[in-house]
Design a protein around this ligand. Structure first.
Ligand code: URA
Length: 199
C-alpha cells in the first residue's frame, strides 16, 4: 500500500479492475460504501443483481433486511462501512471461486488498512473464510465460528455471523444474526453495553 492510498483511489481502481473473469460480466463493480472512519466494517460475499445494477452494496432484499437490522439498533448504514470479499457480481450469483477471491483480496485489505475499524463483521462463509486469522477454516460452517470474538490485528476484532440473505431466509438464523450484529456494534463502540439485568 502506498502512503498516498485512499478509499477513493481503491474505489476508482476497483471500478476499472480487470484482474479476474468477473470483470467481463459485471455492469458495475461495487467497491463499498459508508463512513471512511467507521469503527465497524461489515463484509459480505459479492454483489448480486441489484448491486451490479447500481454499483452500491446491499441494495436488494438482503440489503433491506440489513438496513432493518441496523435500524433495530438505532444505527444506519452511514455509521458503518459496508464492503465485500469480491467487488464484482459472479454470474447467477454463484460463490466466488478461489482465484477470484485471491485476485480481489488486496482491495478489501487496503480498505481495512485505511479505515482501521475496531471490529470487522464477516457476514457469511465466504467472508469468514477470507478474514478468519486461521485461513484453514476455509468455508468452515458459520454456525461453528459465530459467537466468539477473534483477534484480527492490534486492537482489532473479528466477529462472524450469517449472511443477511441467509438470515432473512432461514428464521433460525435471524436472532443469532441480530445478536452478532449487536455484539459487533457494542464492541466497536457504536452502542453502549446492553443492560444485562442483575442487582
Ligand atoms: N450480498 C453481498 O454479499 N453483498 C452485497 O452487496 C449484496 C449481496
Amino acid at each position: 500500500m502506498s502512503t498516498d492510498d485512499s478509499l477513493g483511489r481503491v474505489a476508482e481502481q476497483v471500478r476499472g479492475c480487470t484482474r479476474c473473469r468477473l470483470a467481463a460480466t459485471r455492469t458495475n463493480a461495487v467497491p463499498g460504501q459508508g463512513d471512511p472512519r467507521a469503527p465497524l466494517v461489515l463484509v459480505g460475499e459479492a454483489p448480486g443483481r441489484a448491486e451490479d445494477q447500481t454499483g452500491q452494496p446491499f441494495q436488494g432484499m438482503a440489503g433491506r433486511f440489513l438496513d432493518t437490522q441496523l435500524a433495530l439498533l438505532d444505527l444506519t448504514r452511514e455509521q458503518v462501512f459496508i464492503s465485500s470479499v469480491n467487488k464484482c457480481r459472479p454470474p447467477r450469483n454463484r460463490t466466488p471461486r478461489p482465484d477470484e477471491v485471491a485476485a480481489c483480496a488486496s482491495y478489501l485489505d487496503r480498505q481495512l488498512a485505511l479505515i482501521r475499524p475496531r471490529v470487522v463483521l464477516a457476514m457469511g462463509g465466504t467472508a469468514a473464510a477470507r478474514l478468519h486469522p486461521e485461513r484453514t477454516t476455509a468455508m468452515a460452517k458459520v454456525g461453528e465460528l459465530r459467537g466468539q470474538v477473534y483477534p484480527l490485528g492490534p486492537e482489532q476484532a473479528l466477529v462472524v455471523t450469517y449472511h443477511p440473505a441467509a438470515a432473512m431466509r432461514f428464521p433460525s438464523q435471524r436472532d443469532p444474526f441480530a445478536a452478532d450484529l449487536q455484539r459487533a456494534a457494542v464492541l466497536a463502540g457504536l452502542l453502549p453495553q446492553p443492560f444485562s439485568g442483575g442487582r
